[in-house]
Design a protein around this ligand. Structure first.
Ligand code: UFG
Length: 315
């Protein structure tokens, strides 16, 4: 298949690009490299350094059979301070991409949505029919694109899948997280172990959880990649499917720190800080729907293994 991967120079997009190339697909990465890295694009894939807003000529040239769309701004805190960047890149950029697809009659898309579309859940594990009440602009911008895809499926015959990621972690194809501004727990803990930071701040120990720290659902980027390949051919024209992607087990911040200590052999000093605004106590996915519909089965459900894979490429 001829596939265009928007955001294929980023963490998750680069892993999926590598998987697509390994499967024999013809892949073009569209990425403006504002947060991605050219050297994360595997050999065998072509890189077009272009923003979503200017994607039309690239699509006209490539004429893809399908698009995988990872390109986005994704920092929750920044989205509260600079919402314009999130509405422009995530929403207007996605609209430009969908219009560029329509212009070349490409109507198959897999979109990177997020657990942040749900906001504070009433029930855990979170199912796809849970209410969507995002508590930040990042989540709202991703939800807007989910709505966009529903209407493009109905009105224009798009075959679309939104994959709502929970906490993506680990590494595959030698590709891991490499953000200029790192906010995620596992890479930050590993930076302490690598001697790049003195300590890790634990944001709140007074949550209503067994050890008082927040619980999250860490899903391995290799499992996430498998889900994209399955999703690519799943929907028919006129269908927009939404699937959660998590491994279904929650781990606390303290358990992540303990796993990082075990993997690295470093003591990883921690400092107790206040709660981070907007952090729900517990976010765990029900991924029953994608398991039932597409036969997706995560292979890396062990936290220590996930952290070890991240550590192997971080060093
Ligand atoms: N945490 C710390 N210290 C840190 C960093 C994080 O204690 O230095 C805690 C957070 O408070 C949270 C947990 O570790 O409880 C995980 O935090 P991350 O920042 O790694 O991930 P989030 O759960 O905040 O974010 C993830 C995705 C977002 C998505 C969000 C949905 O990375 O893209 O889930 O709520 F928006």
């Amino acid at each position: 298949m001829r596939v265009l991967v928007a955001g294929g120079a980023g963490y998750i997009g680069s892993v999926v690009t590598a998987a697509l190339v390994a499967d024999g697909h013809e892949v073009t990465v569209l990425d403006d490299l504002s947060t991605g890295h050219a050297d994360a694009v595997v050999e065998g894939a072509r890189l077009a350094q272009v923003s979503l807003h200017d994607s039309a000529p690239v699509l006209a040239d490539v004429r893809p059979d399908a698009v995988l769309h990872f390109a986005a701004r994704s920092l929750v805190a920044v989205s509260q301070q600079q919402p314009e960047d999130y509405w422009s890149t995530n929403v207007a950029g996605s609209l430009a991409l969908l219009e560029a697809m329509r212009a070349v009659d490409c109507r198959r898309i897999v979109f990177s949505s997020t657990a942040a579309t749900y906001g504070e859940p009433d029930q855990v594990p979170i199912r796809e029919d849970a209410p969507t009440r995002p508590t930040n602009t990042y989540g709202a911008s991703k939800l807007a694109v989910d709505h966009m895809l529903t209407s493009y499926a109905v009105a224009h015959g798009f075959a679309a899948v939104s994959l709502r990621y929970f906490n993506v972690a680990g590494a595959a194809f030698g590709l891991g997280e490499r953000h200029a501004t790192e906010t995620h727990l596992i890479p930050l803990a590993l930076q302490v172990a690598a001697g790049q930071r003195e300590s890790l701040t634990v944001f709140g120990r007074d949550y209503p959880t067994p050890d008082g720290t927040c619980i999250r659902d860490y899903v391995h980027v290799g499992d996430l990649s498998d889900a994209h390949l399955l999703a690519l051919s799943a929907p028919s024209a006129g269908e927009h499917r939404i699937y959660n992607l998590g491994n279904g087990t929650g781990f606390s911040v303290q358990e992540v720190v303990d796993a990082a200590r075990e993997v690295t052999g470093h003591e990883i000093p921690t400092v107790d800080g206040p709660r981070r605004p907007g952090d729900p106590a517990q976010l765990v996915a029900s991924s029953d729907l994608i398991r039932a519909d597409l036969g997706w089965t995560p292979r890396h459900t062990d936290l220590v293994g996930i952290v070890r894979d991240a550590w192997d490429v971080a060093r």
